[in-house]
Design a protein around this ligand. Structure first.
Ligand SMILES: [Zn+2]
Ligand SMILES: [Zn+2]
Length: 278
């Protein structure tokens, strides 16, 4: 088994260390894990997006990635029986492509996951920012937000900065509940266009299983979107639990593997930014 979306305690909302996750992977019989701590480059959100380095909270532009990569390297020595990849989950923001490219070029990652967590600097994946989102919704309206989400996904794919796009239909987590069927209809129209942009950019998709452990029957994205993506030619899918604590490591991954198997696909793995061909 594998898990390609894991948040160690560099994220302020995550609780276990790199070593804790490695022990847990061994106990659960997981052969390969990829750490994907958050990197959020948006200076507008500098007060919200922080990184925790050796127990101390620091601004995101603090030079922390070297410490993170070193800790992963040390874990590789300590756990030779595990395959441990060094990844990153980057919160994409328009206009910050240069800053992201610079960060990625300065640090040697195996895997770079691109995520749309915010629209116009407002989180759509955080319960604590729902009030700000409601204000945004009131001024902009449902159709604008659907279009804007598509614009972000397309720009993230076209930026060529990422190996895979994370949790494509993350709108299901919070904001769909705010906007209801009207938004569902609006965003559904954009799904084929998102997939087309991702195919054209030659980028992969992630199957994120966090929803499964919250009682949802569908991963992110839902099976129907995965089927559409496969049909459109996408054959690179990583699988990740989005664990924020070691207890969640690997949760739902078997189900996602079963989904991919139905399409004759195996989960994608990465080393040094290249898909491993097996
Ligand atoms: Zn994410
Ligand atoms: Zn994540």
């Amino acid at each position: 088994m594998i898990d390609y979306h894991i948040h160690p305690d560099y994220s302020h909302d995550a609780s276990d260390s790199v070593v804790d996750y490695c022990w847990c992977a061994l106990n659960k019989g997981i052969e390969e894990i990829c750490f994907t701590t958050h990197y959020d480059p948006d200076p507008v959100r500098a007060n919200i997006e922080r990184v925790v380095v050796k127990g101390v909270e620091q601004p995101m532009n603090y030079d922390w990635a070297g410490t993170y990569l070193q800790e992963i390297n040390e874990a590789r020595t300590q756990f030779p029986q595990l395959r441990i990849r060094a990844g990153i989950e980057i919160g994409y923001e328009m206009g910050l492509e240069g800053r992201i490219a610079d960060f990625v070029s300065r640090n040697r990652f195996d895997f770079v996951l691109g995520a749309v967590h915010c629209l116009d600097h407002i989180a759509i994946t955080s319960r604590s920012e729902l009030n700000e989102f409601r204000m945004y919704l009131k001024t902009k309206g449902v159709d604008f937000i659907a279009q804007r989400y598509f614009d972000y996904v397309r720009a993230a794919a076209q930026s060529q900065l990422f190996d895979c796009i994370a949790h494509l239909d993350i709108w299901r987590k919070y904001i769909l509940l705010e906007m209801g069927e009207e938004f569902d209809r609006a965003i559904t129209k954009f799904v084929p266009l998102m997939i087309e942009a991702i195919v054209q950019a030659g980028v992969g998709l992630e199957i994120n299983t966090a929803s499964l452990r919250r009682g949802d029957n569908e991963p992110y994205p839902i099976r129907k979107i995965i089927a559409q993506a496969v049909e459109a030619g996408i054959n690179t899918f990583t699988i990740g639990s989005d664990a924020h604590c070691a207890g969640d490591l690997g949760s739902g991954v078997q189900e996602a593997i079963r989904i991919l198997k139905r399409f004759g696909l195996n989960p994608a793995r990465f080393e040094n930014r290249r898909k491993i061909l097996t």
